[in-house]
Design a protein around this ligand. Structure first.
Ligand code: SIN
Length: 323
């Protein structure tokens, strides 16, 4: 590859954040527009042609199906553009794992798609956004990144969308991968991949759709009673993800109420490195085990499956079992 042509899609977040001073904590995400951001990047002197587009400029707590739709359309257009070698999406770190996983399920793996954010706003002393972005440029320009599915670059590490999770609210090393850790180490001048790709070159698993069904997450805690289920499972509800204690567990009355609801129920774990396997009672309850997906990613996969007309627990389990 000569000089890489990269499409940059901006959605906001701390990487585009500003505060009134270099040391204040109370900054605002999503303040810098794509043109200003790209002019900061230009000063790094990295050889690449960057084409920017502003998709949104929000704190990622406000990420929505409508913005996902715009983002998906823009990434899809870039992927089929013969003049584009790779795509970088700038994103807030709070929900980047959800956007990355959604894109991973709904895009082919033919070109690198890399999401990147920052833990410190652009005006802060020690802003990590430009370093993370330079790293993302390195990954998005690498032919070996294609075929690996959607990737997230944070803190000199490359993560697969399926594994990545935000595990700290402070510091620049705020992300981890579970169960596989990071799939690569990156700096602006080096890139090392570890292991075979999680995904092989393949088509999208699901067609993207913004009208996803209502699937709430039930966060289990000590002392929970079944009336929580009654409040959560309303007419519009199409499925439930349980963010269970330990290995996806819940009090017996809650379990009974969910089993009686008759809708797809996925047991995930509220534990950070939670791996939830099937247990014998799942057959009788018609529950599904989330395996290594955390509740927020289990929710996206369950929404996709229900939207595609899949409500049978055995088929849903197969979808959760595959890598
Ligand atoms: C956000 O997710 O938009 C705010 C936090 C961040 O980007 O680190």
């Amino acid at each position: 590859m000569g000089i890489p042509n990269l499409t940059v899609l901006a959605t906001g977040g701390t990487i585009a954040g500003k505060a009134d001073s270099a040391t204040r904590h109370d900054y605002r995400p999503g303040q810098i527009g794509i043109d200003e951001f790209l002019s900061l990047v230009e000063d790094l002197g990295i050889e690449a042609n960057l084409k920017g587009e502003q998709i949104a400029n929000i704190g990622s707590e406000d990420m929505s199906p409508e913005i996902w739709q715009r983002l998906h359309d823009a990434v899809s257009a870039a992927i089929v553009d013969p003049d584009c070698d790779g795509v970088i999406v700038t994103h807030g770190t709070d929900t980047v794992e959800e956007t990355a996983f959604l894109l991973d399920l709904t895009l082919p793996t033919s070109k690198p798609v890399v999401l990147v954010g920052a833990m410190r706003p652009a005006t802060a002393v020690g802003y990590d956004g430009l370093r993370n972005f330079a790293n993302a440029m390195r990954v998005a320009s690498d032919a070996e990144a294609a075929g690996r599915g959607v990737l997230v670059v944070m803190g000199d590490r490359v993560f697969a969308a399926r594994d990545v999770r935000k595990t700290r609210t402070r510091g620049t090393d705020a992300f981890q991968g579970f169960p596989r850790g990071s799939v690569g180490l990156v700096t602006p001048s080096s890139l090392d991949w570890f292991g075979a790709p999680w995904r092989r070159s393949e088509a999208a698993r699901f067609a993207f759709r913004a009208d996803l069904p209502d699937v709430p997450i039930l966060f289990v805690h000590a002392g929970m009673t079944p009336d929580y289920v009654e409040r959560l499972v309303v007419d519009e509800t199409r499925g439930v993800v349980v963010s269970g204690v330990g290995e996806g567990n819940m009090p017996e009355p809650v379990r009974k109420a969910l089993a009686a609801s008759g809708m797809p129920v996925v047991r995930a774990s509220r534990v950070d490195e939670g791996l939830v396997d099937r247990e014998p009672e799942d057959d009788e309850n018609r529950f599904v085990a989330a395996r290594a997906l955390n509740p927020q990613k289990a929710r996206i996969l369950l929404q996709m499956l229900i939207a595609a007309g899949e409500v049978e627990p055995a088929a849903i389990q197969r979808a959760f079992d595959r890598p």
